[in-house]
Design a protein around this ligand. Structure first.
Ligand SMILES: [Zn+2]
Length: 331
């Protein structure tokens, strides 16, 4: 995906592809939320596509493009920071480790499966460990024929100078407000959002449109969940919200729902003035607290935790929310 504010950079890249002067390593640099990874993917698609368009964008139809869309192209490797394999922490320290870089470099040294480029995208390259960075350095110095290594970062000063100096830098900057607002208006699903709300979200995201979009979606998710959890006391049908909740990220919504359950537990054990996280909805939560059974609230906690624990298993999400909302209504 090439965003409207990336047109200049795309022109630059398509010129380099045209004259066959694409460097073997590039550092895509700019603040978070500007779509650097999407741009890197578009570059990868462009060089791997078997019949690119006149502007060098991928055709979307050839065998290579089909493999790219299915995320199974054997000549594209995408590395992202990850938790250590043995970590059980809820908030582990993410990094890109030497073992992963070794595997990546081995693949880049092999012949390409489709007779063209081999491409590596390394996201948040500032999170390379020192040994991983040193290991990558060798490949950056002698990359071999038709290798393209794309690193993205929003914190270039944290990257070793040795890595930076071997990459051609491609900078991304925030679009002007009008362009960002136009894009936000067409991208976000909630048509009732006012221009003022879009401006606020953009300000909150320091001008990065993708970060603003995430912020808007978060706000919408919190609002819909609040409506669902207070539907019964507002005289509405709780189950009507299952389909609405199904369109949001499952894990985050489950965690927010756990917050509602915890608020209820606090009101039950510490009284109506207990500190709660959904302060805006205190009166409705107090009304719910008056009629619930504490054991059932505990079981509701367990039900959410069970779903969080098994969140990687694909389920019918509407059914999942219907079950949880039904439990909430019957506490
Ligand atoms: Zn293609």
């Amino acid at each position: 995906m090439i965003y409207p504010w990336q047109q200049t950079q795309w022109l630059q890249i398509s010129q380099l592809i045209k004259v066959e002067r694409l460097p073997h390593a590039m550092l895509l640099l700019g603040n978070q939320g500007l779509g650097k990874t999407d741009f890197a993917s578009s570059m990868a698609h462009a060089v791997l596509c078997q019949q690119p368009a006149a502007d060098f964008k991928a055709c979307g139809l050839c065998k290579s493009c089909q493999l790219l869309f299915a995320d199974t192209h054997p000549d594209l490797y995408h590395l992202k920071p990850a938790a250590p394999p043995t970590s059980k922490s809820k908030n582990p320290v993410l990094s890109i480790r030497i073992d992963d870089i070794r595997v990546l470099c081995n693949k880049l040294n092999q012949t390409s499966q489709y007779g063209g480029y081999r491409v590596a995208i390394i996201d948040q390259a500032e999170l390379l460990t020192i040994s991983a960075a040193n290991s990558l350095l060798k490949t950056l110095e002698e990359p071999g024929q038709d290798v393209l290594i794309l690193l993205t970062t929003s914190r270039p000063h944290r990257l070793p100078v040795t890595i930076r100096s071997r990459c051609q830098v491609l900078r991304f900057t925030e679009p002007d407000e009008k362009q960002a607002l136009d894009w936000l208006q067409t991208s976000q699903q909630d048509e009732q959002t006012s221009v003022n709300q879009l401006q606020q979200a953009l300000k909150h995201a320091h001008g990065s449109p993708l970060a603003a979009l995430i912020h808007l979606q978060e706000e919408e998710r919190h609002q819909i969940l609040a409506e669902a959890m207070t539907a019964a006391v507002s005289g509405k049908n709780t189950l009507d919200y299952a389909a609405k909740l199904a369109k949001f990220a499952k894990i985050q919504t489950l965690e927010s729902m756990l917050g509602w359950a915890s608020d209820l537990t606090r009101l039950l054990s510490c009284g109506p003035d207990a500190t709660i996280s959904n302060e805006l909805h205190r009166i409705k939560l107090q009304a719910i607290a008056k009629k619930v059974d504490q054991q059932r609230v505990f079981r509701f906690h367990d039900q959410i935790n069970f779903n969080l624990l098994h969140s990687s298993i694909a389920v019918n999400e509407q059914l999942l929310w219907e079950n949880l909302l039904l439990s909430w209504d019957n506490l």
